[in-house]
Design a protein around this ligand. Structure first.
Ligand SMILES: [Fe+2]
Length: 372
């Protein structure tokens, strides 16, 4: 695979036509300088000289090197070239809106249901039906796709309670709701309320409990914070291992990264942390998603749908799952061994569309509850 900077992309003749189109979008956001890239294998060199229907353009809010191997896999299999731009998902949504009918994007790939819901509500996607993509529908459960097929989950991440093994026994833990118990006073570590993982998590609480009860829960949770929210999920885990609090809210893949870290202090932190999957006695643990949708103005919808189905194939799902230590959406795909060690658990089936929709309400509620 070759990776192109924007400059080299523009001067590489075999892909120049596509680069110019994508480059126009770049100039609107020059300060962000998102990279325009081409995942190019031997098979795709044939494709580059063919018609534009053999080039697929992807805007991705994911930033994992492992994704590029998946793009290469698709190129090798189909001869359809994949060109992609990576940037913050919110910026990519704005960018597709700004480009309007001229957008070169065929697909938008992003993490978190909240962003997928936003893109769908802004009218960025077109539906993909079960007739068009039967494999997509058989692979993705109903709760992990848009009701009209605007987007489909590609991978799952569990938002769990992590605990300092020196301070907490797993038998002391039970549910997200129980985190408000006064015995956890000054013990809970979690990132800011504006973080989209928290908004989707609280969006699910809203769907289950309604506004008044969720706001009361949030207030009591804030009262149990070990410190004002700062840092990402990794920072919460590190603080938990350091004893700044005894519980941390985090997606599981952040802990698996620490387990595999080349830094001894990160592996030492991992050793101090236990993982608890909450709400196993009722609805199950909150699951968030990465997902993909077909852009309304896609120039190559057939190739795009083919790519979406490829993303849900066993081959691509295994790469997805292992690349960022996430859970595959397709049943029967092996987990990363370190992730598998965390154990099996019951997942909540509250639909991603529902908690994505609740993101805005969750943010307002958390603001009122004093969650910074
Ligand atoms: Fe993340």
């Amino acid at each position: 695979m070759r990776r192109f900077t924007r400059r080299s992309f523009l001067t590489t003749s075999s892909i120049a036509a596509a680069a110019v189109v994508i480059g126009q979008g770049c100039s609107q956001q020059a300060s962000n300088q998102p990279a325009a890239n081409s995942s190019s294998t031997g098979a795709s060199s044939n494709a580059s000289s063919n018609s534009s229907s053999k080039v697929l353009r992807l805007y991705s809010g994911r930033h994992y090197d492992s994704d590029k191997k998946i793009y290469e896999g698709f190129e090798t299999k189909t001869g359809i070239k994949v060109e992609y731009i990576e940037d913050d998902a919110d910026k990519l949504i704005e960018r597709i809106q700004a480009e309007g009918a001229n957008s070169p994007a065929d697909l938008l790939l992003t993490v978190d249901a909240g962003r997928l819901w936003r893109a769908s509500t802004e009218g960025l996607f077109q539906p993909v039906t079960a007739q068009q993509a039967p494999n997509l529908y058989s692979a993705v459960p109903e709760n992990l796709r848009h009701p009209q097929g605007h987007w489909f989950a590609l991978s799952k991440r569990a938002r769990v309670i992590m605990y300092n093994k020196d301070k907490v026994k797993p038998t002391e833990l039970s549910t997200y709701e129980d985190l408000t118990d006064p015995r956890w006073r000054k013990q809970i570590l979690v990132r800011t309320s504006s973080n989209i993982y928290n908004l989707s998590w609280v969006g699910e609480m809203l769907a289950v409990h309604g506004e008044a009860k969720t706001e009361d829960w949030a207030r009591k949770l804030v009262a149990n914070f070990a410190r004002p929210p700062e840092g990402n999920d990794t920072a919460q885990i590190m603080a938990c291992a350091a004893g700044i609090g005894s519980l941390a809210i985090s997606n599981t893949y952040y802990l698996v990264r620490l387990a595999k870290s080349s830094k001894p202090e990160e592996r030492a932190a991992f050793e101090k942390i236990g993982v608890f999957f909450p709400n196993q006695g009722d609805r199950g643990t909150h699951i968030n998603i990465s997902g993909v949708g077909l852009v309304k103005t896609a120039r190559n919808p057939e190739a795009a749908i083919q790519f979406m189905e490829y993303l849900l194939s066993p081959e691509a799902q295994e790469m997805f799952a292992k690349g960022n230590n996430e859970y595959p959406v397709l049943k029967g795909v092996a987990l990363d061994p370190e992730l598998a060690k965390l154990g099996t658990f019951k997942e909540s089936t509250v639909s991603a569309d529902t908690f994505g929709r609740n993101n805005d309400a969750a943010l307002k509620l958390l603001d009122r509850a004093g969650w910074k």
